[in-house]
Every structure is written in structure tokens, then in C-alpha cells.
Write a protein that binds this ligand. Structure first.
Ligand SMILES: Nc1ncnc2c1ncn2[C@@H]1O[C@H](COP(=O)(O)OP(=O)(O)OP(=O)(O)O)[C@@H](O)[C@H]1O
Length: 229
């Protein structure tokens, strides 16, 4: 009888710690993600969600442990060069040039990827088709977020790192986000989302980061617990 080896995870975080400004922010983080996998990173303000995504994007190195992509340590320079081409990082800074058209703000990213013909359909999917030829400065906050989501689709990279992707989205926008995440995963993509607002996903892994500055108990908390005994 032959024993099949389980497939190697696409991304493996092995007992990872991370410092920021000489402070220990993350410790003992273990995550294993296969193609089509999803991870929701949850935690209070300042708990380290963005730090976690920055580390995965290669902006800071783990101070302990390893991040492995296809079994290779991403901090090795030859590996990092390949790994970073897999990533698409959506942040609160939207990198939208106000003076240029909505379509241009997606198409440049697509062209840099060596792709074409995806930007307009992506904008249409995100409900921005009619604004494609308008200057980007006229977009609302939620529309700017939708433009960022259209970029994700147009660039079509396998690993999405999403920092607070729901911010400024209305209920329809949130549904669209959930839809594109599900479609991306069906095609084998990986989604890692740091979020305060729940995003509906099928079987995500959940990483709960402990608060860095635990809140002192207030009178309201004591009353909620059933009195002051
Ligand atoms: N630029 C920075 N330089 C040094 N330390 C920082 C910097 N930004 C954040 N930190 C520290 O790192 C910790 C984690 O911050 P991080 O931004 O990762 O948290 P977060 O969970 O994403 O928070 P939020 O929910 O508020 O976005 C914070 O407690 C903060 O003290």
C-alpha cells in the first residue's frame, strides 16, 4: 500500500514572531494555508493585524520562526523576488491618482502585470462602469474602495492581503467583496483579510490576536457581569 504525502501548504507560518519599533507585536503565530484557503485576522485596535500583513508582504522580517512559501523561506532574496510577484496588497492608502481617469487607475496596474482587457469588466463588476471615464477625484470613499477591489481583479495575483477591505463599503459593496473573494478562492487563490467587520467566507481559518493594551474593567462591564459583588 502506498502512503500519499499530504500536499505541502502554499503558505506556512511556523511559530512566527514579529517586532515593530523594538516592540514585540506578534508571537507564536502558526498558520497553514493551501491553494484556495482563507484566513481572517481579527483583533482589537493596535493588536497587530497590519503588522501581520506587513510581515507577509515582506516589509518586516519575522524576529523568530519562518514564513514559508511553497516550502521556501520568503526572507531568502531569490525566493522573495518570486514570492512578492504573487501578492496583491490592499491597504487603507489607496494609491489612486485623483487627476487621472478611474479606468487609468486600474489599467496601469493591469498593464504593469502584462495583462490587458480586464480593467473595464472589473470596474463594471464593482459597479463603477459608468464612471470609468471620469476623473478619479470625483469618487466617494466607498467608490474608491470599489476601485481598489477592481484592481485586485484586473491584476489577478494569487495571494490577496487585504487590510480592512470592508471600510467605507455599503451592504452591496460588502456582498461584492464576498463574491470576488469566493471566486478568487475557487480558482485556487489565497485570501488573508484583517478586519473588524465580519466577512462571510466559506471555512476560513481565524487568527485572533490578543489585545496589546487590555482595557481596564469599567463600571459598565461590572454591571454586565451581574453586579458589584
Ligand atoms: N509605524 C509604526 N512604528 C512603530 N510602531 C508602530 C507603528 N504602527 C503601529 N505600531 C505599533 O504596532 C502595534 C500594532 O499596530 P498595527 O497597526 O499592526 O495594529 P492593528 O491591529 O492593525 O490596529 P488597527 O485595528 O487600529 O488598524 C500598535 O500597538 C502600535 O503600537
Amino acid at each position: 500500500m502506498s502512503v500519499r504525502k499530504p500536499p505541502m501548504p502554499k503558505l506556512l507560518l511556523n511559530n512566527v514572531a514579529c517586532m515593530r519599533n523594538a516592540q514585540q507585536i506578534l508571537r507564536h503565530v502558526n498558520v497553514s494555508l493551501h491553494d484556495g484557503g482563507a484566513l481572517q485576522v481579527i483583533g482589537s485596535n493596535g493588536s497587530g493585524k497590519t503588522t501581520f500583513l506587513r510581515m507577509l508582504a515582506g516589509f518586516s522580517k519575522p524576529s523568530a520562526g519562518h514564513v514559508l512559501w511553497n516550502g521556501h523561506d520568503i526572507t531568502e532574496s531569490g525566493v522573495f523576488h518570486q514570492y512578492k510577484l504573487q501578492l496583491n496588497w490592499l491597504t487603507l492608502k489607496d494609491a489612486i491618482k485623483d487627476k487621472f481617469r478611474v479606468l487609468d487607475n486600474v489599467q496601469w496596474f493591469e498593464v504593469l502585470e502584462g495583462k490587458q482587457g480586464r480593467s473595464l469588466p472589473a470596474l463594471e463588476l464593482m459597479g463603477l462602469g459608468r464612471l470609468a471615464k471620469e476623473k478619479s477625484r470625483m469618487l466617494s470613499m466607498g467608490q474608491r474602495k470599489r476601485l481598489q477591489l477592481a484592481r485586485l481583479i484586473a491584476m489577478d495575483r494569487p495571494i490577496w492581503l487585504l487590510d480592512e477591505p470592508t471600510v467605507a463599503l455599503d451592504a452591496d459593496g460588502l456582498k461584492l467583496l464576498e463574491y470576488i473573494i469566493a471566486e478568487h478562492r475557487k480558482q485556487g487563490g489565497i485570501v488573508i483579510a484583517a478586519t473588524h467587520q465580519p466577512i462571510a467566507m466559506e471555512d476560513p481559518m481565524v487568527l485572533r490576536l490578543p489585545p496589546r493594551f487590555p482595557r481596564k474593567m469599567t463600571l459598565v462591564d461590572m454591571l454586565d457581569r451581574g453586579g458589584l459583588d
